[in-house]
Design a protein around this ligand. Sequence first.
Ligand SMILES: N[C@@H](CCC(=O)N[C@@H](CS)C(=O)NCC(=O)O)C(=O)O
Length: 217
Amino acid sequence: MQPITVYWRPNVPNPAKVIITLEELGIPYIGKFVEHADLKQPAFEAINTNGRVPAIEDPNTGITLWESGAIVNYLIENYDTEHKISYITAPEKYHTLQWQHFQCTGQGPYWGQLAWFQLFHHEPLESAKKRYVDEAIRIVKVLDKALEGRDWLVGDKITYADLAFVSWGSSLPLFLSDREEWNIEDHLNFKRWNDSILGRASVKKALSLAKEEDVKG
Ligand SMILES: N[C@@H](CCC(=O)N[C@@H](CS)C(=O)NCC(=O)O)C(=O)O
């Protein structure tokens, strides 16, 4: 199998989702670092018209793809032939998709805005901070409730849906450390699950790729 090219940047959550999946499935890849200034240039927009990372090119099938959720689904469908981190049985297959969509449309956008208003916005806007702190904690509560008495979101094994949450999950302490509303001890199912995923070799590797350079896996 030829390595899949992943266009990526370090210390951001969406490319890490793809690298975690590649690592879990033992798929060879080359991570091509894209300078921030190059994201919105014609050469990269020819690969991803949205000008963001991740994107992949798979020489084994000739497919170019962007949007982290779509890429993960593509990798699962084509390369998780032993169903290591996915299901083919119903309802598990659909529940895995359900949680993946919750990650892509709930956790990702809300936590992205949380990061923006807590860390980067040019003026302190308490009303915007409060909105996204509350939404981030609400999402933690949904996960915490779903994980009561169980190790994983679906069935009895880790799936690509559990794995999708962890790259944002790893940043929560940074985003919420100054907020009195946040205490991880109030969400012990979430904490146990998040810590357990953070301990996986695939996740450790993806989250430790901190340099602005090409990587290999
Ligand atoms: N929905 C997209 C989001 C992609 C995204 O926002 N990527 C960020 C890095 S995590 C990015 O490229 N940001 C650069 C920019 O906004 O210019 C996905 O899941 O792939």
